[in-house]
Design a binder for this molecule. Structure first.
Ligand SMILES: [Zn+2]
Ligand SMILES: [Zn+2]
Length: 131
């Protein structure tokens, strides 16, 4: 990959120094809070370029992508549709089952994502939603 532009490097640094799952608006806002004004269109283009270079990873939610560090250990996500919180989890049996499916289908897996959508515990308690 060619050298990163100053703005893309700033986006990458922000993502790499946190555990957050960022959307483009948050990145643009945080950079401008830090005195680095990067327009939203530049952020979108930068995120797409960084992702295709394998430097960051994304999860696709209903209406937007969220981006995170690419150098975390593999994990899956629980996504609260009420407050937007994202919790990471890893479950060895789920990992193994997916590997079994690939083996059964003579399929070679490069990766997978599991997104579970629902209501987090805090929101459940606030709203009296039962499991
Ligand atoms: Zn919630
Ligand atoms: Zn994550």
């Amino acid at each position: 990959m060619q050298r990163l532009s100053y703005q893309r490097q700033a986006i990458l640094n922000l993502i790499n120094t946190s555990n957050h799952h960022w959307d483009a608006e948050e990145i643009s806002r945080t950079l401008s809070d830090q005195g680095e004004s990067v327009g939203i269109a530049t952020v979108y283009r930068g995120l797409a370029a960084l992702e295709s270079a394998g430097l960051i990873e994304s999860i696709q939610l209903d209406n937007k992508k969220r981006y995170e560090r690419a150098n975390k250990a593999h994990h899956d996500h629980l996504i609260c549709e009420s407050c937007g919180s994202i919790k990471e989890f890893i479950h060895p049996e789920i990992e193994q089952l997916q590997q079994n499916i690939c083996t059964d289908n003579q399929f070679s897996m490069n990766g997978h994502q599991l997104l579970i959508f629902g209501t987090c515990n805090t929101c459940r308690q606030n709203k009296g939603v039962s499991l």
